[in-house]
Ligand binder design. Structure first.
Ligand SMILES: Nc1ncnc2c1ncn2[C@@H]1O[C@H](COP(=O)(O)OP(=O)(O)OP(=O)(O)O)[C@@H](O)[C@H]1O
Ligand SMILES: [Mg+2]
Length: 224
Protein backbone atom coordinates (compact mmCIF):
# COMPACT_ATOMS: atom_id res chain seq x y z
CA UNK A 1 0.00 0.00 0.00
CA UNK A 2 1.31 3.44 -0.87
CA UNK A 3 1.73 6.05 1.80
CA UNK A 4 -1.00 8.71 1.85
CA UNK A 5 -0.30 12.38 2.39
CA UNK A 6 -2.70 14.64 4.26
CA UNK A 7 -3.23 18.24 5.14
CA UNK A 8 -4.26 18.21 8.79
CA UNK A 9 -5.82 21.13 10.58
CA UNK A 10 -5.73 20.64 14.32
CA UNK A 11 -7.67 22.72 16.86
CA UNK A 12 -7.26 25.84 14.79
CA UNK A 13 -8.09 29.23 16.25
CA UNK A 14 -7.89 32.32 14.11
CA UNK A 15 -9.11 35.88 14.22
CA UNK A 16 -8.15 39.00 12.30
CA UNK A 17 -6.92 42.02 14.24
CA UNK A 18 -10.47 43.25 14.87
CA UNK A 19 -10.98 40.36 17.28
CA UNK A 20 -13.99 38.43 15.92
CA UNK A 21 -13.08 34.71 15.84
CA UNK A 22 -13.14 33.28 12.32
CA UNK A 23 -12.17 29.74 13.44
CA UNK A 24 -12.63 28.44 16.94
CA UNK A 25 -11.14 24.97 17.41
CA UNK A 26 -11.47 23.76 13.81
CA UNK A 27 -10.09 20.31 13.02
CA UNK A 28 -10.07 18.75 9.56
CA UNK A 29 -8.06 16.19 7.62
CA UNK A 30 -7.78 16.42 3.84
CA UNK A 31 -6.34 13.71 1.60
CA UNK A 32 -3.75 15.12 -0.76
CA UNK A 33 -4.47 12.67 -3.57
CA UNK A 34 -8.06 13.71 -4.24
CA UNK A 35 -10.28 16.71 -4.94
CA UNK A 36 -11.90 18.33 -1.93
CA UNK A 37 -14.47 21.04 -2.52
CA UNK A 38 -14.80 23.75 0.08
CA UNK A 39 -18.14 25.50 -0.01
CA UNK A 40 -19.83 28.10 2.15
CA UNK A 41 -21.54 31.45 1.95
CA UNK A 42 -19.68 34.77 1.60
CA UNK A 43 -17.63 35.52 4.68
CA UNK A 44 -17.75 31.95 6.04
CA UNK A 45 -13.93 31.73 6.15
CA UNK A 46 -12.99 29.75 3.00
CA UNK A 47 -10.32 32.12 1.73
CA UNK A 48 -8.98 32.57 5.26
CA UNK A 49 -8.63 28.79 5.63
CA UNK A 50 -6.75 28.55 2.32
CA UNK A 51 -4.34 31.27 3.45
CA UNK A 52 -3.82 29.53 6.82
CA UNK A 53 -2.87 26.30 5.02
CA UNK A 54 -0.47 28.24 2.77
CA UNK A 55 1.12 29.98 5.76
CA UNK A 56 0.11 33.41 4.40
CA UNK A 57 -1.85 33.79 7.65
CA UNK A 58 -0.70 32.19 10.90
CA UNK A 59 -3.07 30.64 13.46
CA UNK A 60 -3.44 32.07 16.95
CA UNK A 61 -3.62 28.54 18.34
CA UNK A 62 -3.58 25.12 16.73
CA UNK A 63 -1.62 23.67 13.86
CA UNK A 64 -1.62 23.02 10.15
CA UNK A 65 0.34 19.94 9.13
CA UNK A 66 1.29 19.36 5.48
CA UNK A 67 2.46 15.77 4.96
CA UNK A 68 3.13 15.58 8.71
CA UNK A 69 5.18 18.78 8.76
CA UNK A 70 4.04 21.74 10.85
CA UNK A 71 3.61 24.55 8.32
CA UNK A 72 4.73 27.12 10.90
CA UNK A 73 8.17 25.50 10.61
CA UNK A 74 8.19 25.80 6.82
CA UNK A 75 9.02 28.94 4.83
CA UNK A 76 6.44 30.41 2.46
CA UNK A 77 8.67 29.34 -0.42
CA UNK A 78 8.77 25.74 0.85
CA UNK A 79 4.99 25.59 1.20
CA UNK A 80 4.58 27.29 -2.19
CA UNK A 81 6.84 24.81 -3.95
CA UNK A 82 4.68 21.95 -2.68
CA UNK A 83 1.24 23.54 -2.95
CA UNK A 84 0.19 25.79 -5.82
CA UNK A 85 -2.17 28.49 -4.60
CA UNK A 86 -4.66 30.42 -6.72
CA UNK A 87 -5.62 33.69 -5.06
CA UNK A 88 -9.32 34.59 -5.22
CA UNK A 89 -8.13 37.81 -6.87
CA UNK A 90 -5.98 36.69 -9.84
CA UNK A 91 -4.29 40.10 -10.05
CA UNK A 92 -2.24 39.13 -7.00
CA UNK A 93 -0.32 36.73 -9.26
CA UNK A 94 0.90 39.31 -11.74
CA UNK A 95 4.03 41.40 -11.76
CA UNK A 96 5.44 41.01 -15.29
CA UNK A 97 4.86 43.14 -18.39
CA UNK A 98 3.52 40.45 -20.71
CA UNK A 99 1.48 37.27 -20.48
CA UNK A 100 4.38 35.26 -21.91
CA UNK A 101 6.89 36.60 -19.37
CA UNK A 102 4.44 36.06 -16.53
CA UNK A 103 4.02 32.40 -17.49
CA UNK A 104 7.73 31.71 -17.90
CA UNK A 105 8.89 33.68 -14.86
CA UNK A 106 9.00 30.91 -12.24
CA UNK A 107 10.85 28.49 -14.52
CA UNK A 108 13.35 31.17 -15.50
CA UNK A 109 13.83 32.05 -11.84
CA UNK A 110 14.52 28.38 -11.12
CA UNK A 111 17.21 28.33 -13.80
CA UNK A 112 15.44 26.09 -16.33
CA UNK A 113 16.75 25.98 -19.88
CA UNK A 114 15.37 28.40 -22.46
CA UNK A 115 14.07 25.67 -24.80
CA UNK A 116 12.33 23.86 -21.94
CA UNK A 117 10.68 27.09 -20.77
CA UNK A 118 9.53 27.97 -24.30
CA UNK A 119 8.02 24.54 -24.75
CA UNK A 120 6.05 24.67 -21.48
CA UNK A 121 4.93 28.26 -22.02
CA UNK A 122 3.69 27.50 -25.55
CA UNK A 123 1.82 24.42 -24.32
CA UNK A 124 0.00 26.36 -21.61
CA UNK A 125 -0.71 29.38 -23.84
CA UNK A 126 -2.41 26.99 -26.22
CA UNK A 127 -4.24 24.97 -23.57
CA UNK A 128 -5.67 28.11 -21.92
CA UNK A 129 -6.43 29.97 -25.18
CA UNK A 130 -3.96 32.74 -24.40
CA UNK A 131 -1.83 32.51 -27.58
CA UNK A 132 -3.25 35.71 -29.08
CA UNK A 133 -2.56 37.57 -25.83
CA UNK A 134 1.09 36.66 -25.33
CA UNK A 135 2.24 40.30 -25.63
CA UNK A 136 -0.60 41.73 -23.52
CA UNK A 137 -0.14 43.39 -20.13
CA UNK A 138 -1.58 40.91 -17.59
CA UNK A 139 -3.41 43.52 -15.51
CA UNK A 140 -5.33 44.70 -18.58
CA UNK A 141 -6.75 41.27 -19.47
CA UNK A 142 -10.45 40.51 -19.03
CA UNK A 143 -11.53 38.81 -15.80
CA UNK A 144 -11.74 35.38 -17.40
CA UNK A 145 -8.38 35.82 -19.15
CA UNK A 146 -6.74 36.90 -15.88
CA UNK A 147 -8.11 33.81 -14.14
CA UNK A 148 -6.87 31.53 -16.93
CA UNK A 149 -3.41 33.10 -16.86
CA UNK A 150 -3.22 32.84 -13.05
CA UNK A 151 -4.15 29.13 -13.19
CA UNK A 152 -1.59 28.54 -15.96
CA UNK A 153 1.16 30.23 -13.87
CA UNK A 154 0.42 27.72 -11.11
CA UNK A 155 0.32 24.67 -13.39
CA UNK A 156 3.64 25.53 -15.03
CA UNK A 157 5.35 24.75 -11.69
CA UNK A 158 3.81 21.25 -11.61
CA UNK A 159 2.76 21.42 -7.94
CA UNK A 160 2.07 18.25 -5.95
CA UNK A 161 -1.14 19.77 -4.59
CA UNK A 162 -3.20 22.87 -5.29
CA UNK A 163 -5.55 25.17 -3.43
CA UNK A 164 -7.70 26.98 -5.95
CA UNK A 165 -9.83 29.85 -4.65
CA UNK A 166 -12.80 30.20 -7.02
CA UNK A 167 -11.04 28.96 -10.18
CA UNK A 168 -14.13 29.16 -12.41
CA UNK A 169 -15.11 32.71 -11.48
CA UNK A 170 -15.49 34.67 -14.71
CA UNK A 171 -14.92 31.67 -16.99
CA UNK A 172 -17.35 31.06 -19.84
CA UNK A 173 -18.91 27.64 -20.44
CA UNK A 174 -16.28 26.47 -22.93
CA UNK A 175 -13.28 27.62 -20.84
CA UNK A 176 -14.79 26.00 -17.76
CA UNK A 177 -15.13 22.72 -19.66
CA UNK A 178 -11.47 22.95 -20.68
CA UNK A 179 -10.45 23.62 -17.06
CA UNK A 180 -12.38 20.55 -15.87
CA UNK A 181 -10.45 18.49 -18.44
CA UNK A 182 -7.07 19.90 -17.38
CA UNK A 183 -7.75 19.40 -13.65
CA UNK A 184 -9.13 15.89 -14.20
CA UNK A 185 -6.00 14.91 -16.06
CA UNK A 186 -3.93 16.15 -13.12
CA UNK A 187 -6.00 14.20 -10.59
CA UNK A 188 -5.45 11.09 -12.68
CA UNK A 189 -1.72 11.68 -12.24
CA UNK A 190 -2.24 11.87 -8.46
CA UNK A 191 -2.25 15.67 -8.05
CA UNK A 192 -4.91 16.51 -5.49
CA UNK A 193 -6.55 19.84 -4.83
CA UNK A 194 -8.84 21.81 -2.59
CA UNK A 195 -11.26 23.83 -4.67
CA UNK A 196 -13.01 26.74 -3.01
CA UNK A 197 -16.11 27.44 -5.07
CA UNK A 198 -19.74 28.49 -5.27
CA UNK A 199 -20.01 26.71 -8.61
CA UNK A 200 -22.02 23.57 -7.84
CA UNK A 201 -21.99 22.05 -11.32
CA UNK A 202 -18.20 22.38 -11.47
CA UNK A 203 -17.84 20.80 -8.03
CA UNK A 204 -20.13 17.90 -8.94
CA UNK A 205 -18.00 17.22 -12.01
CA UNK A 206 -14.66 17.10 -10.28
CA UNK A 207 -14.78 16.70 -6.50
CA UNK A 208 -14.46 13.50 -4.47
CA UNK A 209 -15.50 15.13 -1.21
CA UNK A 210 -17.64 18.15 -0.38
CA UNK A 211 -17.15 20.19 2.78
CA UNK A 212 -19.31 23.17 3.69
CA UNK A 213 -18.37 25.69 6.32
CA UNK A 214 -20.59 28.21 8.03
CA UNK A 215 -19.24 30.83 10.41
CA UNK A 216 -15.97 28.92 10.63
CA UNK A 217 -17.55 25.54 11.43
CA UNK A 218 -17.98 22.45 9.29
CA UNK A 219 -21.69 21.92 8.72
CA UNK A 220 -21.46 19.33 5.91
CA UNK A 221 -18.81 16.78 5.00
CA UNK A 222 -19.64 14.01 2.50
CA UNK A 223 -17.93 11.98 -0.17
CA UNK A 224 -19.56 12.34 -3.59
N1 LIG B 1 -7.80 41.15 6.31
C1 LIG B 1 -8.93 41.06 7.01
N2 LIG B 1 -9.14 41.80 8.14
C2 LIG B 1 -10.28 41.69 8.85
N3 LIG B 1 -11.30 40.87 8.52
C3 LIG B 1 -11.16 40.12 7.43
C4 LIG B 1 -9.98 40.18 6.60
N4 LIG B 1 -10.12 39.30 5.58
C5 LIG B 1 -11.34 38.74 5.74
N5 LIG B 1 -11.96 39.22 6.85
C6 LIG B 1 -13.27 38.79 7.37
O1 LIG B 1 -13.19 37.41 7.70
C7 LIG B 1 -14.38 36.71 7.35
C8 LIG B 1 -14.03 35.54 6.46
O2 LIG B 1 -13.55 36.05 5.21
P1 LIG B 1 -13.12 35.12 4.00
O3 LIG B 1 -12.54 36.00 2.97
O4 LIG B 1 -12.32 34.00 4.53
O5 LIG B 1 -14.56 34.57 3.52
P2 LIG B 1 -14.93 33.66 2.28
O6 LIG B 1 -15.65 32.46 2.81
O7 LIG B 1 -13.75 33.41 1.44
O8 LIG B 1 -15.99 34.58 1.50
P3 LIG B 1 -16.27 34.80 -0.08
O9 LIG B 1 -17.21 33.69 -0.51
O10 LIG B 1 -16.95 36.13 -0.14
O11 LIG B 1 -14.96 34.79 -0.79
C9 LIG B 1 -15.30 37.77 6.71
O12 LIG B 1 -16.23 38.17 7.69
C10 LIG B 1 -14.38 38.89 6.32
O13 LIG B 1 -15.03 40.12 6.40
MG1 LIG C 1 -13.20 33.92 -0.44
Amino acid sequence: MTYLDFIEIKNLHFEYVNGRPIFNNLSLRIRMDEVTALLGSNGSGKTTLGKLIMGILRPIRGQVLISNRDNSKMTLAEIGSKIGYLFQNPEKHFFCNTVEEELGFALKFNGCEEAFIKNRVEGLLKEFHLEGLRESFPLLLSQGEKRRLAIATILINEPEYMILDEPTNGLDFERKRILVGVLRELTEKGVGMTIISHDHSFIEEIAHRKIEIHRGEIIYDQRI
